[in-house]
Design a protein around this ligand. Structure first.
Ligand SMILES: [Zn+2]
Length: 348
């Protein structure tokens, strides 16, 4: 079920993921950056950073705001750290998204969530703003791809277990007042057979019973050299979305978030999800060059050939944690200004 967001504004802007952390919270311009504080001080610093990132989004004119992931170290592992059945001491080296090796925790028993992971953080964000808020969770397929599974020994089985856990968390986030719950599934651009056989089904299990809007963010990965190298091998046309889109179009997910700016994704692939709301990535997060509003507007105009105007959500390609605060702020402003140009054209 889809409910209308508090904002009826055409082309509401948002960000796909993380925003830079202040240096007093964690080492900046780095993913998986360790915290600079601990205990009570860390808790307070995370809340201060959340207030700050919210203010920066507001100043830049972003319509759908988020916590900028100030309360988590990593978009997948921070969630998993809070679950039972996963041993963070017992690490194994696995290949992530068939691309790079990483030392990851092991699944050693039945996975479960003893208590909420992000719900208190989401409540805190809700208290700070009346704007629509979006909260990101990892998707089931990307979660299993970031672990060694010594218990279920089945990617699919583990994904279904995580989907149930994600659904518990999502229902509580919704009750805390979150307007859009987003699931990050970069793995959807890699394991095409799994995506179509059970990946989208497990995602639908994760959103079961939700009345708030739901989104899936699928990207090509950032912040790690192996991702950049992989992209160089993809040639001039990136057609990976073509594999998951037909089934996603048939799914209950409301919004699909994808990367367009400076990517080699042919825009006409978006036609495959016609009818869905689409978060169009109009900001490249892999460069310090700040887009001009006209460049953003140009990307949005191209997307409008394949997305109805009332379903287009201008956004960033991915998270901006690896960028400096100054660059990220410039990019957010460009996003708002570019969206404003096209909004005016549409209503003229
Ligand atoms: Zn991403």
């Amino acid at each position: 079920m889809t409910i209308l967001l508090p904002t009826q504004k055409l082309l509401p802007t948002s960000t796909a993921g993380s925003l830079p952390k202040p240096s007093w919270l964690a080492e900046p311009e780095k993913i998986w950056s360790p915290w600079a504080l601990e205990g009570e001080q860390l808790l307070e610093a995370k809340q201060d950073a959340l207030r700050l990132t919210l203010q920066e989004q507001r100043h830049a004119g972003i319509d759908i705001v988020s916590d900028g992931e100030q309360t988590r170290q990593h978009f997948v592992t921070t969630f998993i750290e809070h679950l039972d059945g996963v041993d963070f001491e017992n690490r194994k080296t696995v290949k992530i998204r068939n691309r790079y090796e990483a030392s990851v925790p092991s699944v050693v028993g039945a996975v479960s969530r003893q208590k909420p992971v992000f719900v208190e953080d989401a409540k805190f964000l809700r208290q700070q703003t009346d704007q629509p808020i979006k909260w990101a969770l990892p998707g089931p397929m990307t979660m299993i791809d970031t672990l060694y599974d010594g218990h279920y020994k089945s990617r699919e089985k583990l994904a279904w277990e995580f989907a149930k856990i994600l659904n518990q968390e999502a229902r509580e986030l919704e009750a805390a007042g979150v307007d859009i719950i987003q699931f990050d599934e970069p793995a959807f651009n890699v394991f095409f057979d799994d995506v179509n056989n059970w990946g989208i089904a497990t995602l639908e299990r994760a959103i079961e019973g939700l009345k708030c809007e739901t989104a899936v963010h699928i990207c090509y990965g950032y912040g790690i050299k192996a991702n950049t190298d992989w992209k160089k091998t993809l040639g001039s046309e990136w057609r990976q979305y073509e594999q998951a889109f037909p089934k996603l179009q048939q799914s209950n997910i409301d919004i699909v978030s994808l990367e367009c700016q400076n990517s080699h994704v042919p825009m006409d692939l978006i036609e495959l999800i016609r009818g869905k709301k689409v978060m169009i990535g109009a900001i490249d997060v892999a460069t310090n060059n700040i887009e001009t509003p006209e460049e953003v507007a140009d990307t949005l105009r191209k997307a409008l050939q394949f997305v109805d105007a009332d379903k287009l959500y201008p956004s960033t390609n991915c998270g901006m944690a690896p960028l400096s605060r100054q660059v990220a702020q410039g990019k957010l402003k460009a996003l708002s200004a570019g969206a404003a140009i096209v909004r005016q054209e549409l209503t003229a």
